[in-house]
Design a binder for this molecule. Structure first.
Ligand SMILES: NC(=O)c1ccc[n+]([C@@H]2O[C@H](COP(=O)([O-])OP(=O)(O)OC[C@H]3O[C@@H](n4cnc5c(N)ncnc54)[C@H](O)[C@@H]3O)[C@@H](O)[C@H]2O)c1
Length: 285
């Protein structure tokens, strides 16, 4: 390891179980010499296995529902107490759509569910930054990162209202990032990660097909949760001090692809099979 975060203090949101991207970030941050507190919604603390991670990384767990300003104020006060000073890095790794969970189609949402999903997945990022900003809790040249997905820019029909939540999240990163940069010398970015087999990821309808397709489309293959953690660590380190207001694709090249030979070969196999069954029709085409 490289001691990239030696002496740095952080807050990591969203480690639910060992598959969570935030879990991997915590393990890597620990290996790189950081001290941090872990946080998640009270219900997730009961259902998940975060205490294992806390033990392994010598961290304290402070519950906070990211939709509650009171919880966030308490979290940030407690974190500064436990860590003995201001915060160098924050990971927002939070996402949840009630419409996805309930199987509501994008064209027919329950708008109360839409509001809840937006509150948890997108507005929570504004709220976290707002409390950090008001309390002057970030150290100069600190770094704030949130995780997002490319459905914010392009159509992935089954990603449902999470696509809209991610678009909002990425916009908040830019808008708040301006004020955080100008006033506090803190950088704010989003990482747009490949589909990854986690609790949140696997909740998306047709996830297996989705992840296999992305794997075949990306010249370097899908980025794993651990690789996402490595990239996140680089953004928390002093090696990326002037990177801010960016949405950074971490997806093996998927976002710039049109078609890959692997996908084309699969398509042609199906196409030839379909046409072989209908020789007469084929000659008409
Ligand atoms: N898995 C993927 O395919 C993928 C791809 C791109 C981006 N992402 C994003 O990565 C982030 C982390 O997701 P993950 O894939 O590790 O899944 P995950 O299910 O392990 O993590 C989601 C976390 O959000 C937390 N959360 C939900 N409601 C909360 C609340 N009210 N307050 C605080 N925390 C709350 C959950 O407890 C959980 O720990 C999310 O923003 C997700 O959208 C995931």
């Amino acid at each position: 390891m490289y001691n990239l975060l030696k002496g740095k203090k952080g807050i990591i949101f969203g480690a639910l179980d060992s598959k969570s991207i935030a879990w991997k970030v915590a393990e890597r941050a620990h290996e790189e010499g950081a001290k941090f507190v872990l946080t998640n919604a009270p219900v997730a603390l009961r259902l998940g296995t975060i205490s294992e991670l806390a033990e392994k990384t010598g961290s304290q767990v402070i519950p906070a529902d990211a939709t509650s300003i009171m919880d966030l104020e308490n979290l940030i006060d407690q974190a500064m107490k436990v860590l003995g000073g201001k915060i160098d890095f924050v990971l927002h790794s939070i996402g949840m759509s009630v419409n996805v969970r309930r199987g509501n189609h994008y064209t027919h949402q329950d708008y109360n569910f839409t509001k809840t999903g937006w509150d948890v997945s997108a507005l929570s990022f504004h709220r976290v930054m707002s409390v950090l900003y008001a309390k002057n809790a970030m150290k100069e040249w600190g770094s704030i990162v949130a995780l997002t997905y490319m459905a914010a820019q392009r159509v992935f029909p089954d990603y449902n209202d999470m696509a809209d939540n991610k678009a909002y999240l990425e916009s908040v990163a830019r808008s708040f990032g301006y004020f955080f940069g100008r006033d506090k010398k803190v950088r704010v970015n989003t990482i747009s990660q490949s589909p990854t087999a986690t609790t949140a990821g696997s909740g998306v309808k047709g996830f297996d097909g989705f992840i296999a397709y992305a794997e075949k489309m990306s010249p370097l293959g899908n980025a794993t949760a651990l690789e996402c953690a490595d990239y996140t660590i680089s953004l928390f380190s002093d090696l990326t001090k002037k990177v801010t207001l960016q949405n950074l694709f971490h997806d093996g090249g998927f976002s710039n692809m049109g078609i890959s030979t692997a996908i084309m070969d699969d398509f042609m196999k199906d196409y030839e099979n379909d046409n072989a069954e209908e020789p007469v029709e084929k000659s008409k085409k």
